[in-house]
Design a protein around this ligand. Structure first.
Ligand SMILES: Cc1ncc(COP(=O)(O)O)c(C=O)c1O
Length: 393
């Protein structure tokens, strides 16, 4: 009989696919932050309350006994609300019966979509730096990754490099706009360029648009589906997490043409059956909120962004000004540390602030060795406390 330690190291029970995936650095930083009572500017969740109207709606749904499985691809009122919101906001029409799948957050939406459309060995084009889940997501479905750099300070890509990343084996390109971690917002021209390549190489665009309403300085979110030729060549992934400050609810959705949706729903059904039924009811209320809700959201995050930029400037960083999402990438060369991970540890242990080392957003860690990411979806007093602490570096 093996001892517990031996049992844990028995490689027979570790699948090849898990061996290739490392633990999330962001979650590790969150754990370290708790240990050192550091201000957590690492993981992107708000430390302020969710809107009262949504909390009430969720309570009412539970009290009203909406407590059993919803239809696997999503409760009808929620799918209807999603469809109505896309029509109202972007003039995009989705059939809620055949084109929308409600998932457990956009995290499941991305995994279900990739598993639905890729075969092992297919190529995926991914912009780098990238939201760290896209690494394990693509590994778990056995895809080969082709990375294309987004270049600071404005995080644009080189069209020739993008073209070189496409091949007849390309199944899809993953696009996240507004972007985590860089804060860049892909403009119409960039999306048109990507769309041309998708059409030329018969590839899909899988777009993660969860920061669609968090935009600054007049930046505009353009859904890839609005680009000519892309309506049925795009899988759009979104979620309640960021727009409604409910990251713990785990309610997201995927919008795609009926043939793509059919495969996505199969994967989704067997992965999770469905997202929390009462929270989908509350989701229907959320998606019907008036335009002013979204305008206020963007205004509010813009003022938090400005506070964050000012405090990083004052502390000696070189921050890159985001146009969307709620993160700032900053350059750390001025502090003379060996690399970003050393610097992030120093920040937690001696300054009392948790942030994410830039290398966790790159395939080759050295490319992010001079970068660190701070998130600013935090109470004003949290930001103020961080600002005071930053002066201790
Ligand atoms: C770009 C991006 N996509 C997806 C997620 C996860 O979203 P969800 O909570 O909907 O799973 C995050 C969370 O930080 C993110 O930044």
């Amino acid at each position: 009989m093996a001892t517990t330690t031996e049992a844990l190291s028995r490689s027979k029970f570790r699948s090849d696919r898990t061996q290739r995936v490392n633990e999330s650095v962001i979650r590790e930083m969150t754990r370290l932050a708790m240990e050192h009572k550091a201000v957590n500017l690492a993981q992107g969740f708000p430390d302020f309350p969710a809107p009262e109207i949504l909390k009430n709606a969720a309570r009412e749904a539970i009290t009203g006994d909406i407590n059993q499985y919803a239809i696997t691809w999503g409760a009808k009122p929620f799918r209807d609300a999603i469809s109505a919101k896309y029509r109202r906001t972007y003039g995009l029409d989705f059939d809620p019966e055949r084109e929308i799948t409600v998932c457990c957050g956009s995290t499941e939406g991305m995994m279900a979509s990739l598993l639905a459309v890729t075969n092992p060995g297919d190529e995926l084009v991914i912009f780098e730096p990238y939201y760290e889940n896209y690494g394990p997501d693509s590994l778990l479905c056995g895809a080969t990754r082709k990375f294309v750099q987004l270049h600071a300070p404005d995080w644009t890509f080189d069209p020739d490099e993008l073209r070189r990343a496409f091949s007849p084996r390309t199944k899809a390109i993953i696009i996240n706009t507004p972007n985590n971690p860089t804060g860049c917002v892909f403009d119409r021209k960039s999306l048109e360029l990507i769309a041309e390549l998708c059409q030329e190489f018969d590839a899909l665009a899988i777009t993660d648009e969860i920061y669609e309403h968090i935009l600054y300085d007049g930046a505009e979110h353009v859904p890839m589906m609005q680009i000519p030729g892309m309506r049925d060549r795009t899988i759009t992934i979104n979620s309640m997490s960021k727009t409604y400050a409910v990251t713990g609810w785990r309610v997201g959705w995927v919008a795609a043409s009926p043939d793509l949706t059919e495969s996505i729903r199969k994967v989704h059904d067997f992965l999770t059956v469905g997202a929390a039924a009462p929270l989908q009811e509350a989701g229907a209320i959320a998606l019907a909120l008036p335009d002013e809700y979204y305008a206020a959201l963007a205004r509010d995050y813009q003022s938090r962004r400005d506070i964050m930029l000012a405090m990083l400037d004052r502390a000696g960083f070189r921050p890159f000004r985001p146009q969307g999402a709620y993160y700032v990438m900053a350059e750390i060369s001025a502090f003379g540390f060996e690399n970003d991970v050393e610097f992030a540890r120093h920040l937690i242990e001696h300054v009392g602030i948790a942030a994410v080392p830039g290398s966790s957003f790159f395939f080759h860690p050295e490319e992010g060795a001079k970068l660190i990411r701070f998130c600013f979806c935090k109470k004003y007093e949290t930001l103020e406390s961080a600002s005071e602490r930053l002066l201790r570096i």
